[in-house]
Write a protein that binds this ligand. Structure first.
Ligand SMILES: NC(=O)c1ccc[n+]([C@@H]2O[C@H](COP(=O)([O-])OP(=O)(O)OC[C@H]3O[C@@H](n4cnc5c(N)ncnc54)[C@H](O)[C@@H]3O)[C@@H](O)[C@H]2O)c1
Ligand SMILES: O=C(O)[C@H](O)COP(=O)(O)O
Length: 326
């Protein structure tokens, strides 16, 4: 691959300091500026050859249109749904991410939410802080022997499966791309969603946000689930339809939800977060020292590889070169 000239990079979010250090060691000038408004980003972006973001910076078509020198958008993390990839590709800008850097962290948070839902840990902890000693209200249920439905059997879905199997859960799943014979080797039996919904005690979603995954869990699918099913979304807001979830929580069809992600972040409508059977986090799936170190380092090394003209195939997803990828 021909080398790409990158002399200046803007890091617009809190990315591990190793990212800046590696870029600078390779002769790239780095500016770190967080919490920019869209107008500030539009005004600044023309001065940079590269942009490094996480999930909060919205790299929309108008930002890309103003980015006259931009050659690379590096996503220090997994989801690129905050980047208008078709607009970038049209302008010849490479979009790449670090898809495996935060897999373990996101899987561990998913498991933490599943365990918290089964034993009401956050609610009980809150009641202790209020000076109460309520041993009846927080009666839980074992995960042992329960059925976990995993929708999306990619990197994170696979890691969640193995961890929850160690708690004695039966893992079933659905993925249109991962072959059933492959997921069977990790102990996940695949089936259609129609077959999956009524069997699950818990459901966790691990798909990208795509037109086909928006509202994957909606009024209709909730109605097909066991009464009291508990759900977790550590993937992207909207994969579980938020209004349908609230209706299901209110009717008791859904017995609890663990949410790390929201359609709007931070959410303006607090009805879900405030529901007594909802446990929520402010998009913390990737927020560990280890995940941030990997993602920050990986994205910097990938940019340096581009500058040196190294072939990146196998090292990262380069969305600019593979516009067919989700
Ligand atoms: N909460 C966080 O901080 C956090 C951290 C990391 C990743 N994520 C998100 O988690 C999600 C999963 O990440 P990953 O690294 O496992 O991705 P991945 O690409 O490895 O796996 C996604 C899987 O979803 C499957 N899929 C696509 N469409 C589907 C559909 N309609 N039904 C069922 N499965 C479908 C794909 O075939 C793939 O196997 C992404 O949305 C990512 O952005 C969130
Ligand atoms: O897709 C991702 O990598 C996660 O949602 C993490 O996003 P973050 O880097 O903004 O924490």
């Amino acid at each position: 691959m021909a080398p790409i000239s990158i002399k200046t990079v803007l890091i617009s979010e809190s990315v591990d300091p190793r990212c800046k250090a590696i870029l600078e060691e390779n002769g790239i000038r780095v500016t770190e500026k967080q919490n920019m408004t869209k107008d500030e980003l539009i005004a600044k972006i023309k001065d940079y050859d590269g942009l490094v973001v996480r999930s909060a910076t919205k790299v929309t078509a108008d930002v890309i249109s103003a980015a006259n020198n931009l050659k690379i958008i590096g996503r220090a993390g997994t989801g690129v749904d905050n980047v208008d990839v078709p607009a970038a590709t049209k302008k010849g800008i490479i979009v790449m991410n670090t898809p495996s850097g935060n897999t373990i962290s996101a899987a561990e948070l998913t498991c933490a939410l599943l365990m918290s839902l089964s034993r009401n840990v956050p609610q009980a902890a809150m009641s202790m802080k209020q000076g109460k000693w309520d041993r009846k209200k927080f009666m839980g249920a074992e995960l042992y022997g329960k059925v976990l439905g995993i929708v999306g059997l990619g990197r994170i879905g696979k890691e969640v499966a193995s961890r929850m199997q160690s708690f004695g859960m039966k893992t079933i799943g659905y993925d249109p791309i991962t072959p059933p014979e492959v997921s069977a080797t990790w102990g996940v039996e695949q089936m259609s969603l129609e077959q999956l919904w009524p069997q699950c005690d818990y459901i966790t979603v691990h798909t990208p946000l795509l037109p086909s995954t928006v509202g994957l869990l909606n009024d209709e699918s909730f109605a097909k689930c066991k009464k009291g099913v508990k759900v977790v979304n550590c993937a992207r807001g909207g994969i579980i339809d938020e209004e349908a979830l609230l209706r299901a929580l209110e009717s008791g069809q859904c017995g609890g939800a663990g949410l790390d992600v929201f359609v709007e972040e931070p959410p303006k409508n607090h009805s879900l977060v405030e529901h007594p059977n909802v446990i929520s986090c402010p998009h913390l799936g990737a927020s560990t020292k280890e995940a941030q170190a990997r993602c920050g380092e990986d994205i910097a090394l990938q940019i340096v590889d581009m500058v040196k003209g190294k072939n990146l195939v196998g090292a990262a997803f380069c969305f600019g070169f593979c516009p067919h990828l989700p």
